[in-house]
Design a protein around this ligand. Structure first.
Ligand code: ATP
Ligand code: MG
Length: 454
C-alpha cells in the first residue's frame, strides 16, 4: 500500500529536460526535412519539436519510420510558413508539409499542441473532435503512451519529458499516460496501438495499462471498419506481424478485428502456415523488400476459405464454383469488421483462385498459368501451403522446376504427366470432361487470373 503510494508520488508528471546526446540522440540522426520544418517554425518565432515515434525509436536504437513535428503554431500559421503545405483531417486537424526529391514525395506531419479541453465525446467516452489548442504540457498529456510523449528540440539538442517516458523506455515498458480506462474509452484504437508497439519494440505492457484491455475490447466494435483496417495494416507491416497476431489473440482483442484468428491459431497446420507467411513478411521488411498486402490477407483468411471450399465440394459443387462461393462467404463475413480495400482484396482473390489451377497442368494449361500476371504470388502461396502440409509437396516442386527450365523440358514435363506423374487435379480433368459452369468460366478464362470481378 505504502509502496504503491510512494510509486504514485514519484510517478507524478513533471517537466524534465535532458541532454539528447546523453540518450544517444544526435541531430545528424534525424531526417533533414524534419529538421528543416523545426528550424523554419522556430525562426518564425514558434516552438517546434520532433515528437512521438521517431524520438522513441531513436532512443531504442531503431530507425524511425516517419518524423512528426509538434508546434505552438496553429495549422493556419504553419500553412503561412510552408506555402506548399496542406491542412488535412477534421477530427484532428494536421498539416502535411511535402518535400520532393529523387525518391518522390516525403510528408512531414505537423500538429499543433493540443489543449486539455473537454473534447466532445460519444456515449462510450470516445472523443469525436479534438481541435482545441494548448501548451506543450497539455499536448503531452493527450498523447497515448509515455514513450510517445518525448519532445526533441533539434537546436537546443534537448529532450523534454513530462511523463517519465525516458525512464519507461529505458525499462522497456509501455505505460499509458493518465487513467488507462479513460484513455481507452476516449480512443479504443489505443489498445491495438499498445499491441503493435509492444510487439514491434519488444516492450512489456505495464500491468495497469494491460489490465483493462480485455474488459474494454468490446469498445473496438464502435470503430469504423476502415480505421480498423488501417490499424491492421500497421500491425501486419510492423516487422513483427506474427508476434502482433499472437498478442492480439492473447489480449482477446481479435474478437472485433479478426475473430477467425481463434480457429486459425488453434490448429497446428493453419497456425504454422500463418506463422510462416507472416515471418516471411517480417524478413522481407527487414531486408527492405516490398511486401504485398493482398498476399498477407490471402494468408490470413485462407484457412476459412479452404474449410468452406472443401465443405462446398463435399456438398457436390465443382471445385471452382465451390471455391468462388467460399471466397464470397468469407469476404462477406470479414468485411463487417475489417474493410479491406478493393485493390488488396482483388489481389487476394486472384491468389486464391490460382490455387486449384496449379493442379491442372495437362495440355497447355501449365504454360498458360505461367503467363498469369499473378503467377508468382500464387506460386509462392502454393509453396507456403506445401511447406506446412496444406498442399501436395510434389506439386509445388513440379512448379518450381517447370518455371525455371527451358521450353523442351517444359513440354517433356507436361507429357510426363500422362505417364503417371499427374496429380489428382490433372487426372480428374482428363477422366471427367465437363462443361464449365458460368461462374467458373468468369474465374478461369480471364488472362489476369480472373478474380477481380468477384
Ligand atoms: P509509428 O509511426 O512508428 O508507427 P508512432 O507512435 O509515431 O508510431 P503515429 O501514428 O505516427 O505513431 O503517431 C505519432 C504520435 O501521435 C504518437 O507517438 C503519439 O504521441 C500520438 N498518437 C498517435 N495516435 C494516438 C492516439 N490514438 N491517441 C493518443 N496519441 C496518439
Ligand atoms: Mg510516427
Amino acid at each position: 500500500m505504502i509502496r504503491k503510494l510512494i510509486g504514485k508520488v514519484l510517478r507524478r508528471p513533471g517537466k524534465k529536460v535532458l541532454h539528447a546526446k546523453h540518450l544517444g540522440i544526435r541531430r545528424e540522426m534525424l531526417h533533414s526535412n524534419a529538421l528543416k520544418v523545426c528550424d523554419k517554425l522556430q525562426d518564425a518565432g514558434f516552438d517546434a519539436y520532433i515528437v512521438g515515434g521517431a524520438v522513441r525509436d531513436l532512443m531504442l536504437g531503431k530507425s524511425p519510420k516517419d518524423f512528426d513535428v509538434a508546434t505552438s503554431a496553429t495549422p493556419e500559421q504553419v500553412r503561412h510558413v510552408f506555402h506548399r503545405s496542406r491542412i488535412i483531417g477534421r477530427r484532428f486537424r494536421i498539416v502535411h508539409v511535402p518535400f520532393y526529391d529523387r525518391d518522390g514525395e516525403e510528408i512531414i506531419e505537423v500538429t499543433t499542441f493540443r489543449g486539455a479541453s473537454d473534447a466532445p465525446t460519444d456515449d462510450a467516452g470516445r472523443i469525436l473532435r479534438d481541435n482545441v489548442y494548448g501548451t506543450i504540457e497539455e499536448d503531452a498529456a493527450r498523447r497515448d503512451f509515455t514513450a510517445n510523449a518525448l519532445y526533441y528540440d533539434p537546436n537546443a539538442e534537448e529532450i523534454v519529458d513530462f511523463h517519465h517516458g525516458v525512464e519507461d523506455i529505458e525499462a522497456k515498458r509501455l505505460v499509458m499516460i493518465g487513467d488507462p480506462v479513460q484513455r481507452y474509452r476516449e480512443d479504443p484504437v489505443r489498445m491495438l496501438r499498445a499491441v503493435r508497439l509492444a510487439s514491434k519494440l519488444g516492450l512489456t505492457i505495464a500491468p495497469a495499462t494491460r489490465k483493462p484491455m480485455a474488459e474494454l475490447a468490446d469498445l473496438l466494435e464502435n470503430i469504423p471498419s476502415a480505421r480498423i483496417f488501417d490499424e491492421m495494416m500497421k500491425l501486419l507491416l510492423s516487422g513483427k506481424a506474427w508476434a502482433c497476431m499472437c498478442m492480439l489473440r492473447d489480449e482477446k482483442l481479435h474478437k472485433h478485428v479478426l475473430p477467425l484468428l481463434d480457429r486459425l491459431l488453434s490448429r497446428p497446420e493453419s497456425s504454422a502456415f500463418l506463422q510462416k507467411a507472416l515471418e516471411n513478411t517480417d524478413t522481407r521488411l527487414a531486408e527492405d523488400k516490398p511486401v504485398s498486402a493482398g498476399f498477407l490477407f490471402a494468408a490470413l483468411l485462407w484457412q476459412e476459405v479452404e474449410l468452406r471450399w472443401k465443405k462446398n465440394e463435399a456438398a457436390g459443387e465443382h471445385a471452382m464454383p465451390a471455391l468462388v462461393n467460399a471466397m464470397n462467404d468469407v469476404e462477406a463475413r470479414v468485411e463487417k469488421k475489417l474493410a479491406i480495400p478493393n485493390r488488396y482484396s482483388a489481389a487476394m482473390k486472384e491468389i486464391w483462385l490460382l490455387q486449384p489451377r496449379f493442379e491442372q497442368r495437362v495440355g497447355m494449361r501449365a504454360h498458360r498459368l505461367l503467363e498469369q500476371p499473378r503467377f508468382r504470388a500464387g506460386y509462392d502461396f502454393l509453396v507456403l501451403r506445401a511447406e506446412c502440409g496444406l498442399a501436395d509437396k510434389a506439386l509445388a516442386e513440379w512448379w518450381t522446376q517447370f518455371q525455371y527450365c527451358d521450353q523442351d523440358t517444359r513440354a517433356a514435363m507436361v507429357a510426363n504427366l500422362g505417364k503417371g506423374a499427374a496429380g489428382a487435379g490433372d487426372k480428374k480433368r482428363r477422366k471427367k470432361p465437363r462443361r464449365k459452369p458460368a461462374s467458373e468460366k468468369a474465374a478461369t478464362d480471364k488472362p489476369d487470373g480472373g478474380g477481380s470481378e468477384q
